[in-house]
Design a protein around this ligand. Structure first.
Ligand code: NAD
Length: 439
């Protein structure tokens, strides 16, 4: 259990609050960093970087890492599937940082244990698999004493979040960095805007509203030779045991910004609705395609969030904070108070590079960053909202934090794996019975 948890065993909102300051300090420290362009360190200063999960984001993270530190090299790749690994290796070698992608054949790892091989031979490990595997992988990285870049979300269920809380505490004792892929927190200008909100520039917070309305995403049609497990892994977005549903997998960006504005203070309760109206056929697994949520804090402040993945419909990714004096448009860096409008220009360094600049600088300076607190809280908030939408019940922070619903399958092996039921709130099955399918 996380070192901050209450002595009687069950973590509470208050325990979580205690550890939030360090993460804020670490995030703030990264704000003034620029990408080093003239590092000519000796070969012994090389940081060996490995990537686990060779997909779209993993490839991006590998390039961001090489942008961030001129003396870093990608030396190992791991993926469940060899074909995915080889495709990504080819892309990385052909990229503008390809000369520093030096992966020997013996450092290409595939299968269920791919992560172990990568961790063994690297100093810094980038985690970009489907979220289900994150708690297991981040634990292995930190236990091995390696630095970690950890994509969002950090888990798909509460037991996973609790595991990452423990791992984040361990990272502190091992003096290794644990940097989160909740990228907006590393956007300099968004940080200035949120600092203004925290400093009361716009007055007291009254209401928050966050949209993540996007289009459809990729889907890999099932091939005859694929087992149930392989089909689900290759379409992980659409299975809640792998992705946590899109409210956890994607909408976490909005929920994270909401939590950030609220200084990562755990909310009192959340009530959410959701369903599946466009993506109803079996190839889209068992997740919903839209959610609406209402988070509520003890102070009475409410955060309303909305997400959907619909084709041929309007898209909108926006975050608004309504305050006593006006309105803050976070995505457009704009604070409006009557006639008074303050609008900032976008950040010069893109946030994906910035999070790696912070990571590598922390390693070079031996000043570890630990984003464990907020990455766990934001993941838990998204999971709590999904629990509410699936169960039809209002869910408190402590109920979510202490939930035993586990999305871990009976075994990690290729072969038969029935698809968990599509949840119908209030009717059947409840979240618990849906989760049981994978116990
Ligand atoms: N921060 C951001 O803005 C952002 C953007 C996109 C994705 N992401 C996150 O990054 C992660 C990956 O997303 P993606 O879009 O790159 O997905 P992807 O499907 O493109 O890549 C995932 C890769 O992981 C591999 N994989 C699956 N299980 C594995 C295992 N147990 N061990 C090793 N490899 C495994 C898959 O074969 C695949 O190649 C997700 O958590 C996603 O939410 C973050």
């Amino acid at each position: 259990m996380h070192s901050d948890t209450a002595s009687h065993g069950k973590p509470t909102r208050r325990d979580f609050v205690k550890s939030s300051t360090a993460a804020a300090v670490a995030a703030a420290a990264a704000s003034s960093l620029v990408i080093p362009r003239s590092v000519h360190a000796a070969e012994s200063n090389t940081l060996k970087v490995g990537l686990i999960g060779c997909g779209g984001r993993g490839g991006g993270a590998a390039v961001n890492a090489l942008h961030a530190d001129a003396n870093a090299k990608i030396v190992a790749l791991g993926d469940m599937f060899k074909d995915r690994l080889e495709t990504k290796l080819g892309e990385l070698k052909n990229s503008e940082v390809g000369d520093r992608v030096q992966v020997a054949d013996e450092h290409k790892y595939s299968g269920w244990d791919a992560y172990k091989g990568v961790i063994d031979v690297c100093d810094v490990v980038l985690l970009a698999t489907p979220p289900h595997f994150r708690p297991m992988h981040v634990k292995a990285v930190i236990e091995a004493g390696k630095h970690c870049f950890c994509e969002k979300p950090v888990a798909v269920d509460a037991p996973g979040v609790r595991s990452v809380m423990e791992t984040a505490a361990l990272a502190k004792t091992k003096n290794v960095s644990l940097v989160s892929g909740l990228c907006y927190r590393y956007d300099d200008v968004k940080r200035e805007v949120i600092d203004d909100v925290h400093n009361g520039v716009a007055g007291e917070i009254r209401l928050l509203q966050h949209n993540y309305l996007t289009g459809g995403l990729w889907m890999n049609p099932r091939q005859k030779e694929w087992s149930d497990m392989e089909w689900q892994l290759r379409n992980w977005l659409y299975f809640y045991w792998l992705s946590g549903d899109h409210i956890v997998e994607q909408h976490i960006h909005s929920i994270d910004k909401m939590m950030w504005v609220m200084k990562d203070e755990p909310f009192a309760k959340v009530i959410a609705t959701g369903g599946r109206v466009q993506r109803t056929s079996p190839e889209y697994g068992n997740i919903y395609d839209h959610f609406n949520t209402c988070f509520e804090w003890e102070s009475g402040v409410r955060g309303l969030t909305c997400c959907r993945q619909f084709v041929q419909c309007a898209t909108d990714v926006s975050d608004y904070v309504y305050t006593a004096k006006g309105v803050v448009d976070v995505m457009n860096h704009k604070i409006t108070m009557g006639e008074n409008v303050k609008k900032r220009k976008p950040s010069k360094v893109n946030m994906y590079d910035a999070e790696h600049v912070a990571l590598f600088k922390s390693i070079r300076d031996a000043k570890p960053i630990n984003n464990g607190d907020y990455m766990c809280k934001s993941t838990l908030a998204a999971i709590a909202a999904r629990m509410s939408a699936y169960s039809g019940k209002s869910i408190t922070w402590d109920e979510a934090l202490n939930s035993k619903e586990s999305y871990t399958p009976a075994q990690y092996a290729f072969g038969p794996l029935p698809v968990g039921p599509i949840v119908i709130p209030g009717v059947a099955p409840t979240a618990a019975t849906a989760a049981k399918t994978h116990e």
